[in-house]
Design a protein around this ligand. Structure first.
Ligand code: IPM
Ligand code: MG
Length: 361
C-alpha cells in the first residue's frame, strides 16, 4: 500500500474548522487504498502569535518533506496593524514562493443545484459555468521590485512594480495550454496589453507558446472586458490564463457567479515537485469558531490534492461525487442557501456538512 505524507497548514479564522472536516473526509475516502500520514505546521497569524513570524523556517521544511500540502486560510483583523513584512498574508505569499508554486489552478464549476445561489440571472446561468482560471502565482506585481514608499513632489507616495520575465510567462502559459488540451481546447489569455508594457510581453509570449499547441484555440481579452464577459456570459470560457493580480480578482468573480466563494478549491503547482491545495476563500473571521463555515471548498481541495499530486484518482472521484450528492439532497451552509425559493433546502453547519459528505462517500 502506498503511503503519503500530507502537511496541514490550518492557519487562521475558519481555517482550523474546515480543515478538521477535510481530514476526516481524506481519511475515509482513501479507505485501504493508501496510508495517509498527517503533519501540522504553522502559517499566518497563528504563526506570528507563536513564533513572531508568519512563515517559520520549520513550516517550509515540513512542507518540503511532504508529498502534498493542504492549507486552510490565513489572516484576520487581529493582525491588521502588524508591520507589513510580517503580516499573515506575507506568510502565504512566502510559502508559494518558497515552494516555487508558479501556477494556480482555480476551477469554477456551477453545480446545477446551486444555480439559485448564483448572483447571476437564471437565464444566464442556465447556459452552465465550467471554467478554469490559471493564475500566475509567484510573479507580477505581488513580488515585483522595486516597491515601497517615497516622496514625490513633496508628498508621500507609494509604488509597486508589475514585472514579468518571459520565462515566467512561458511556463504558466504551458500549464494553461496543457489544461486546455484536457478540457474544451479553448484558451483565453487575459491582459491589459492596450496600456501595459508588461502585458504586451505577456501577450507576445503566449502567442509564441501557442505554436506548440495547434489543437488549442487561443484568444486574447483585456481584463476589463473579461470582468464584464464573466458576468454577461460565463459559458463562453473554458480555460483563462492570466497574471497574479488579474487572476486574484477574476477568480473571486468566478466564484461569486458559481454560487459562493465557499465552494471553490484550488491547486498551486510548481515544476514537478510538491503542490499546495487550498480553498480560494479567506479566513472569514466574522464567522470563525461558530460552526457556520462551508467546508466544501476545503474538502474539494483534498480531491484536487489526490488527483494532481498523489494520483489517488478513485478517492478524488468519490469525494466529488459525495459533495454532489449532499448538495442534491438539499443540504446547504448559510453561504449557499438560496435567497428565495429555498424550499427543499436544509441549512446545516460546518460539522454537519462534513459529516454528510463522509456519510455519502
Ligand atoms: C488568494 C488571496 C491571497 C492572494 C491573499 C490572502 C494574499 O486573496 O489566494 O486569492 O491575494 O493571493
Ligand atoms: Mg484572492
Amino acid at each position: 500500500m502506498s503511503k503519503y505524507k500530507i502537511c496541514l497548514l490550518p492557519g487562521d479564522g475558519i481555517g482550523p474548522e474546515i480543515m478538521e472536516q477535510a481530514i476526516e473526509v481524506a481519511k475515509a475516502s482513501v479507505g485501504s487504498e493508501a496510508e495517509l500520514e498527517f503533519t501540522t505546521a504553522l502559517l499566518g497569524g497563528v504563526a506570528i502569535d507563536t513564533t513572531g513570524k508568519p512563515l517559520p523556517d520549520e513550516t517550509v521544511a515540513a512542507c518540503k518533506a511532504a508529498d502534498g500540502v493542504l492549507l486552510g486560510a490565513v489572516g484576520g483583523p487581529k493582525w491588521d496593524n502588524v508591520d507589513r513584512s510580517i503580516r499573515p498574508e506575507s506568510g502565504l505569499l512566502g510559502i508559494r514562493k518558497a515552494l516555487g508554486l508558479f501556477s494556480n489552478l482555480r476551477p469554477a464549476v456551477l453545480f446545477p443545484e446551486l444555480a439559485p445561489a448564483s448572483c447571476l440571472r437564471a437565464d444566464i446561468v442556465a447556459a452552465g459555468i465550467d471554467l478554469l482560471v490559471v493564475r500566475e502565482l509567484t510573479g507580477g506585481i505581488y513580488f515585483g521590485e522595486p516597491r515601497g514608499d517615497k516622496t514625490i513632489d513633496g508628498e508621500p507616495a507609494s509604488f509597486n512594480t508589475m514585472v514579468y520575465k518571459q520565462s515566467e510567462v512561458r511556463r504558466v502559459a504551458r500549464v494553461a495550454f496543457e489544461a486546455a488540451q484536457k478540457r474544451g481546447k479553448r484558451l483565453c489569455s487575459v491582459d491589459k496589453a492596450n496600456v501595459l508594457d508588461v502585458s504586451r510581453l505577456w501577450r507576445e509570449t503566449v502567442i509564441e507558446v501557442s505554436k506548440d499547441y495547434p489543437d488549442v484555440t487561443l484568444e486574447h481579452m483585456y481584463v476589463d472586458n473579461a470582468a464584464m464577459q464573466l458576468i454577461r456570459d460565463p459559458s463562453q470560457f473554458d480555460v483563462v490564463v492570466t497574471s497574479n493580480l488579474f487572476g486574484d480578482i477574476l477568480s473571486d468573480e468566478s466564484a461569486a457567479i458559481t454560487g459562493s466563494i465557499g465552494m471553490l478549491p484550488s491547486a498551486s503547482l510548481g515544476e514537478g515537485g510538491i503542490g499546495l491545495f487550498e480553498p480560494i476563500h479567506g479566513s472569514a473571521p466574522d464567522i470563525a469558531g461558530q460552526d457556520k463555515a462551508n467546508p466544501l471548498a476545503m474538502i474539494l481541495s483534498v480531491a484536487m490534492l489526490f488527483r494532481h499530486s498523489l494520483n489517488l484518482v478513485a478517492p478524488a472521484d468519490r469525494i466529488e461525487a459525495a459533495v454532489r450528492k449532499v448538495l442534491a439532497d438539499g443540504y446547504r451552509t448559510g453561504d449557499i442557501m438560496p435567497r428565495e425559493n429555498a424550499e427543499g433546502c436544509k441549512m446545516v453547519g460546518c460539522k454537519e456538512m462534513g459529516r454528510l459528505v463522509l456519510e455519502n462517500l
